[in-house]
Design a protein around this ligand. Structure first.
Ligand code: ZN
Length: 646
């Protein structure tokens, strides 16, 4: 997953107990059977209808064979892999009905697990039929938009009930989806024949694989071969509102093909999938997102310009690289506490600094090795990441390791007031820690070894396909194999520190220093445009949308000191109506000797207030500056690897 995803479900229930015995209809608290390691006796038939685009409604009908008469529990996925949280979409589920041989069966929701439903199967009933409707979110609501007039994202996890009490990898299921006339679909699922009357049937699989294989459905799709090698082909499926948005030039496509080659050179030849399908939406409503799967990924770009404004709108070009890395780091090789056997068992996020921090590091590294970013864009991006880490006052009370709990605490992950609370820092600050590790290996080994060797040894070694779990000690041991060092002490000094400085040693060892001047970099400006914000964090400590609404106030920064908080709206600056350029001009003017504070008129809590912003430091924007006389290890890290290196 990538950090800028919003996925909120208001219901949140902590598991208190997971009993082993089958539940009675009058179930005890949290009486959901635990997943046993045995085959489910029968194949679920799952039919999904997503043709009601205008009303944003998905309809499910499932036939679930029963193991026998008596109590049975049906669950909708709650803990969603890749979302690292109990974000299952239960709040908008409606119309839930269970029947047996045409007669309705009573159901009762578990009092603790809101996603679990208890039924009592009568004698002689071989299968129950379940139907439900799931409404996709409306604009402005808390749940991510998944249905638009021209394309939709279909997540089986929001639509599929499975029988509790079995490992989801051992429950067989056969699924089909009915899509609107004239639309097409893309997914990693294998098809069982061609579409008939808009219905595509998929080959029988297991519940775990189905949940890990979302479907993109749309009116305008183009698919591109990124690697046609029949042993493990890789394809890119792009969906947009307008066919013109799908005009990918050969040069841009070649960068995506190079991503597949460079990933092979990083991880070695053992790909973890039989085939891989990138699913990419170019739609503003769906927006920027990334969600990893073993054989596919969901990717959303900010808007339609991914191909058509490649040079202008380049922020976020690492999205496909980040998600592709996850096929190795996260989906195949998985932290033991994230490797659960069904979707009711709570997940543990203690190693997300590997799962996400390292994916962020290698996503950016691969994006630069392939030309998705230029070296200069990547350095400007790193400058922004480093500046953000440095400007995180929450470090004074909360460790980086503790931020890995953010998604469990709140499925939104990011509450806005992030500088003091801290947000999903294990992504980008985690990335800085891995840069630290990589440069240290290079320094200690006199350039003979690097984190690429760790990639090959830890993630790329020959193993059967499927999940292979690890613990922190395995990471430390593998690092020691590459380069002997006190890696446990090194990592924990950075992960557990409270009150220390941001981890910028890797930049310095890479040959670069974080610096500030009065001009934003091209990356900085592209990032502001993509996010629709003006970022003045490093001067007045404010981020604002175009109408002056404050998106974020840096804790204890100049804006905070003046009394401005997130959600306020700045109406006027020095007597003139708010405009981003006017605010920037006022910041420059206030830096002149003897200049007065900046006068703000702010709308806050329904009142108009006059505030004085006493800041005289001028504009400040982050950059990386080369440290003269030191090796440019960052350049070495970001350089493409040649075929010979494989
Ligand atoms: Zn991720």
């Amino acid at each position: 997953m990538i950090a800028r995803t919003l996925f909120v479900v208001p219901l949140f229930v902590v598991t208190l107990a997971l009993a082993g015995a089958p539940p009675a209809l009058a179930a005890a608290v949290g009486d959901v059977p635990r997943p046993a390691d045995r085959d489910y006796p029968g194949v679920i038939d799952m039919s999904l209808d997503v043709t009601d685009v205008a009303r944003h409604v998905y309809r499910t009908v499932e036939t679930i064979p029963t193991p026998g008469p008596g109590p049975m529990t049906l669950s909708l996925p709650k803990w969603i892999p890749g979302e690292h949280s109990p974000s299952g979409q239960i709040a908008l589920m409606a119309g839930f009905k269970v029947t047996a041989d045409g007669r309705p069966l009573a159901w009762r929701r578990d009092p603790v697990e809101m996603t679990a439903f208890h039924i009592d199967v009568p004698a002689g009933v071989k299968a129950v039929t379940v139907s439900l409707e799931q409404q996709s979110a409306q604009p402005g609501g808390p749940v991510r938009i998944a249905v638009t007039p021209h394309l939709m994202v279909v997540k089986w996890t929001a639509m599929t009930l499975y029988p509790a009490g079995y490992r989801v990898s051992r429950i067989p299921i056969r699924a089909s989806v009915k899509i609107p006339p004239g639309w097409t679909l893309a997914t990693a699922l294998d098809r069982d024949g061609g579409a008939v009357d808009g219905v595509t049937r998929f080959a029988a699989t297991d519940v775990e694989t189905l949940m890990d294989s979302p479907v993109y459905v749309g009116e305008h799709e183009r698919s591109f071969d990124l690697d046609a090698n029949p042993a493990s082909p890789v394809r890119l499926h792009v969906f947009a509102d307008n066919p013109d948005d799908l005009a990918a030039s050969p040069e841009i496509l070649e960068k995506h093909r190079e991503l597949i080659r460079q990933a092979d050179r990083l991880f070695g030849p053992s790909r973890r999938f039989a085939h891989y399908d990138f699913l990419l939406s170019l739609n503003e409503q769906i927006g920027y997102l990334g969600a990893e799967h073993l054989s596919s990924s969901e990717n959303g770009y900010y808007g339609p310009g991914y191909f058509t404004d490649w040079a202008g709108l380049f922020s976020g070009h690492d999205i496909l690289a980040h998600e592709y890395v996850h096929s190795w780091n996260g989906k195949h090789k998985r932290p033991a506490d994230l490797s659960t056997q069904d979707y009711t068992e709570p997940m543990g996020n203690s190693l997300l600094w590997v799962y996400e921090g390292l994916s962020e590091y290698w996503g950016d590294t691969l994006a630069t090795r392939t030309g998705l970013y230029t070296g200069s864009q990547m350095r400007e991006r790193l400058a922004l990441i480093a500046a953000n880490a440095q400007a995180t006052p929450g470090r004074a009370w909360r460790s980086l390791a503790d931020t890995t709990n953010a998604y469990i605490m709140n499925s939104a992950g990011d509450l806005g007031a992030t500088s003091w609370v801290r947000g999903l820092d294990y992504y980008e600050e985690g990335q800085l820690v891995w840069l630290d590790v990589d440069t240290l290996i290079r320094e200690q080994s006199q350039g003979r070894r690097s984190l690429d060797d760790f990639a090959r040894a830890f993630f790329g070694r020959p193993e059967p396909r499927g999940v292979s779990t690890y613990a922190e000690d395995d990471v430390v041991a593998a690092l020691n194999q590459v380069q002997p060092y006190d890696w446990k002490g090194f990592l924990h000094a950075r992960l557990d520190a409270v009150g220390g400085a941001a981890p910028l040693d890797g930049l310095a060892r890479g040959g670069w220093t974080l610096s500030f001047d009065d001009q934003p970099s091209d990356y900085y400006t592209a990032y502001e445009t993509a996010q629709g914000v003006t970022i003045l964090t490093y001067s007045v400590g404010l981020q604002l949308s175009a109408d002056g609404t404050v998106k974020e106030t840096l804790w204890n920064g100049p804006g905070f000191q003046a009394g401005v908080i997130s959600g306020d709206q700045i109406l006027a600056v020095d007597g003139a109506p708010y405009a981003p350029d006017r605010f920037k001009a006022a910041i420059r003017a206030a830096a002149r000797p003897g200049a007065p504070p900046i006068a703000l008129v702010v709308k806050a809590d329904g009142q108009i207030r006059n505030l004085s912003l006493d800041y005289h430091g001028g504009p400040r924007y982050p950059h990386l500056t080369r440290k003269a006389g030191t090796p440019d290890r960052l350049d070495q890290i970001l350089a493409p690897r040649g075929a010979a290196a494989q």
